[in-house]
Design a protein around this ligand. Structure first.
Ligand code: F6P
Length: 320
């Protein structure tokens, strides 16, 4: 294969630029032409495609966001949208593409793959919700961003002897809450994978108060089916402790990627190019232990993300 495309799709994630850079530079190194497709599948349908050079990905390794920009394309979910996208790829002579994104973006890639275009999926999402890979690009940075917020919130929470509910992203996955909660010493971690028990939450807060604890951090994943403001109210009513809410929202999606995310992105980008160069079939690229792995795309999408109950229990013990 000599002509490949690369796009970023869905919610952006720190490290997407590092992955684009790796795809472009590894592709050019192998003598391939690499095309940047802007605004994900939306830009593909519109033919927003430009050839990339070594220098077009210069000075982006450390930047959050994505220079290719991103979109969640409704049009691409339709038969007509997909046919149109195929015509555009043919017009540009693009033989295979690298899709950097999450679950929805991979499903889009699978549709192109069924129509005969090899697609290499690179997991770029802060959610860490793709079952076939231990980690996704952007997750580590998001966890560190949340962690630095927790450190600040803890200061003011202690001064005022308050409880603070911090809501973090992750869609249906509790990994951001789990990792940032454990490493930030949260007193309670609420994730969609585990049952929500208001009595347990309040018990820990009351026990902490009786031990002379000044602050309480309740780390809540957005996927937990209880409204965050209502939760704070319930805690305040039941424990008598003044309770505030901080919703970190998009703060978690920006920022310079950590070394871990840059490393992951660089290795996965290189693997995607290698597979396209070798004319392999569509794959989802991941990290399994310390090795870069590649699963058949459809199979990868079926794999469920196992929740780490061991870490969850450890966090509970450490915060008693
Ligand atoms: O998938 C990444 C993510 O940030 C989720 O954690 C969150 O639920 C969602 O995207 C927010 O999407 P949007 O950018 O459309 O508001």
């Amino acid at each position: 294969m000599r002509k490949i495309g690369v796009l970023t799709s869905g919610g952006d994630a720190p490290g997407m630029n590092a992955a684009v850079r790796a795809v472009v530079r590894c592709g050019i190194d192998r003598g391939m032409e690499v095309y940047g497709i802007e605004r994900g599948y939306e830009g593909l349908i519109e033919g927003e495609i430009r050839e990339m050079t070594m220098s077009s990905v210069g000075d982006i390794l450390h930047r959050g966001g994505t220079i290719l920009r991103t979109a969640r394309s409704e049009r691409f979910k339709t038969e007509a949208g997909q046919k149109h996208a195929m015509n555009v790829l043919e017009a540009f002579g693009i033989e295979g593409i690298v899709v950097i994104g999450g679950d929805g973006s991979f499903r889009g890639g699978l549709e192109l793959s069924k129509r005969g275009v090899p697609v290499m999926g690179i997991p770029g999402t802060i959610d860490n919700d793709l079952g076939y890979t231990d980690y996704t690009i952007g997750f580590d940075t998001a966890v560190n961003t949340v962690l630095s917020a927790v450190t600040n919130i803890r200061d003011t929470s202690s001064s005022h002897e308050r409880a603070t509910v911090i809501e973090v992203m992750g869609r249906h996955c509790g990994d951001i809450a789990l990792y940032a909660g454990l490493t930030g010493g949260a007193d309670n971690i609420l994730v969609p994978e585990m049952p929500f028990d208001i009595n347990k939450v309040c018990r820990k807060i009351i026990q902490g108060k009786n031990r002379g604890k000044l602050h309480d951090i309740i780390m809540k994943a957005e996927g937990v089916e209880v409204d965050t403001q209502e939760l704070a109210q319930m805690i305040e009513e039941r424990t008598g402790k003044e309770t505030r809410v901080v919703i970190l929202a998009y703060l978690q999606r920006g920022g310079s990627p950590t070394a871990k995310d840059r490393m992951l992105a660089s290795r996965m980008g290189s693997k995607a190019v290698e597979l396209l160069y070798d004319d392999e079939e569509s794959r989802a690229i991941g990290i399994c232990g310390s090795e870069i792995c590649a699963y058949e795309l459809a199979e990868a999408l079926e794999m469920k993300s196992p929740f780490n109950t061991e870490l969850y229990e450890l966090a509970d013990i450490l915060s008693k």
